[in-house]
Design a protein around this ligand. Sequence first.
Ligand SMILES: C[S@@+](CC[C@H](N)C(=O)[O-])C[C@H]1O[C@@H](n2cnc3c(N)ncnc32)[C@H](O)[C@@H]1O
Length: 369
Amino acid sequence: MNQAPAPSVRPEKQPELRLVYSRLNVGGVRVPERASSYPEFRYMGSKHRLLPWIHGVLANLDFESAADPFLGSGCVAYLLKCMGKRVIGSDFLNFPTVIAKATVENNSYELDGPAMKRLLQPLRKRSQFIERTFSGIFYTRTDLQFLDRICSNVEKLDNEFRQALARAALIRSCLKKQPRGVFTVSGNRYDDGRRDLKLSIEEHFLEQVTKFNAAVFGNGRRHTIRRGDVFELPAREADLVYLDPPYVPRADDNCYMKRYHFLEGVSCYWRGVELMPETKVKKIAKPFTPFSYRRTALDAFQRLFAMYQKSTIVLSYSSNGYPDRAELQSLLGQYKKNIQTYERPHRYHFGTHAGVERAEVQEYLLVGI
Ligand SMILES: C[S@@+](CC[C@H](N)C(=O)[O-])C[C@H]1O[C@@H](n2cnc3c(N)ncnc32)[C@H](O)[C@@H]1O
């Protein structure tokens, strides 16, 4: 049975703003089993391991439709689908939208025998873009040839959801096989002998197809996944919006394109992107996001809250970001009279240029009703 998260009430100074604060681990509400078996991505800021906690908070809110305009790995959008909601999702990068198209918007299509036959068939006219561009940078020549084959054949599949499934399986294969899960440096210096690094991309791909096929289900509703900057897409009406933008980091940077440019390329076979041939790892030019810079972040949050003021706003945030919790609460308070804050400790693991970092943070969920 669903249990209320029971936040403890701590009265604050502003008389008209009701702030409720909870350090409690929201327990008692079991996350849908399907959501826990969603394919996990080593993605910066992924909330996969926080899904039970996020679910505990969401399960006590009243809504039928939900928007997630910062999809990332897509695990929260998928959780919302598992909860029976109608989901509208977007991201300004292409590969997160491909993953969510395969798992969230797709209610029924799987990669069946005939589709796999088409995908795996040898190319009559060999396309060598990936092999030529990335030889000596990432993976083996055989892996790169396999990627060229699948990326080329995927365009011949006649169904957009099967195409998305194949690309999603390829994206997760590439991420698993890349040491530390980032594409900022080339070579195998960080090969620690893990199984994921030993398998060929083809072996990974066959495993991932099974994993993604298993993730396909319908919840009786139609979902929409689009690609676009949050400020450029029309704000679609949803009862609730889950916001998980990047935060201004204390050190290093938080550029998603810099870390995952190869996955972005795989998601579209490098069509329509600006490849930077002079860079060592053949990066793709990064798009601007105001959430990455101190001088633009506050204004971006304000615009975001204004945009979604008619919806229940659920904001994910962590203590190592800027702006801090108090600033965000006060900004959100300009649009919402009732704010509940949930908090729990969390440990992020993420690959950086220098190695793998672990950050101990407090993770927050700010709910504005
Ligand atoms: C913290 S991640 C989201 C993580 C996701 N909730 C998960 O659990 O995997 C932030 C995402 O926002 C996207 N993003 C950054 N700036 C954006 C913008 N201006 N408009 C839309 N998406 C943006 C990034 O591409 C990234 O995927």
